[in-house]
Design a protein around this ligand. Structure first.
Ligand SMILES: Cc1cc2nc3c(=O)[nH]c(=O)nc-3n(C[C@H](O)[C@H](O)[C@H](O)COP(=O)(O)O)c2cc1C
Length: 240
């Protein structure tokens, strides 16, 4: 098959998958095979992350006993109780401290990064990411950065706005997950409507894990066909 025709078929299939995904707010009680959930998470994990630091954690909720608390934490949204599985995407605030050398070591062994690049990461990451005890590093980084920025370009540092940084990484994983689920014939819903502290308590999360997105997974309860809308493309594209 000529390359262009092959690309076009792949794109057609991908577009169909993306467009058929719909926000699912009611789930049928059919269970999801735990092996399939693991496969989906294995695919999800291939999402990119800043410095390949992989700070996103997947909390797999199947226990029915904690669903009422989960539902309460999620502003009483019924889908988290109906869906057979709920995945909570969480960001690990201490990912750097926990496994920077481990992930870098894997990249080095695989030839994914050079020794020279690893040296640069070892030098800049403590500055970019670490907050230090009692957030002391955060204080000087947050104070000095705007001043430094007056004379030279400085990127947003995860150390200054760690939640924002973690959210970006988690969303890339979550989208991978939702499309993989769709490809497996399952349905999902991205949810930000939750109370972080209550959700943490309901799931008994490690202190350094912060929930970023809740995604129920299952089979949609039969109902009227999906209606999806988006703005015209020209309203959201800026060309320079
Ligand atoms: C970050 C994010 C958070 C969302 N939070 C909720 C939520 O808490 N509850 C809900 O019912 N829908 C939630 N949605 C679903 C959106 O309402 C839905 O994606 C949007 O209306 C577009 O519909 P579609 O996903 O079917 O294309 C959320 C979507 C995103 C991307």
């Amino acid at each position: 098959m000529p390359r262009l025709a092959r690309v076009s078929t792949l794109l057609d299939d991908y577009e169909a998958l993306v467009r058929q995904r719909r926000a699912t707010r009611h789930f049928a009680p059919e269970p999801v095979d735990p092996a399939l959930v693991d496969r989906l998470l294995g695919i999800t994990q291939w999402a990119p992350s800043g410095y390949n630091l992989q700070p996103t954690r997947f909390v797999v909720v199947t226990d029915r006993a904690i669903r009422p608390a989960l539902r309460r934490a999620c502003m009483d949204q019924p889908q988290v109780e109906e869906a057979p599985v709920v995945i909570v995407f969480a960001g690990d605030h201490l990912a750097y401290e926990h496994h920077f050398e481990e992930t870098l070591g894997l990249d080095l062994a695989a030839g994914a990064v050079t020794d020279e690049y690893a040296g640069i990461l070892r030098k800049i990451l403590p500055l970019a990411i670490q907050r230090g005890p009692a957030r002391l590093n955060w204080l000087w980084k947050a104070t000095l950065l705007p001043l430094v920025r007056c004379v030279r370009p400085v990127p947003d540092l995860p150390a200054v706005n760690k939640r924002f940084w973690l959210a970006k990484q988690a969303m890339l994983c979550a989208m991978n997950f939702m499309l993989a689920a769709e490809a497996a014939g399952l349905n999902t819903l991205p949810m930000e409507g939750f109370d972080t502290a209550r959700l943490r308590r309901a799931l008994d999360l490690p202190r350094c894990w912060e929930p970023m997105l809740v995604v129920p997974l299952g089979t949609i309860r039969p109902g009227p066909p999906a209606k999806k809308t988006r703005m015209p493309l020209q309203r959201i594209v800026l060309r320079r």
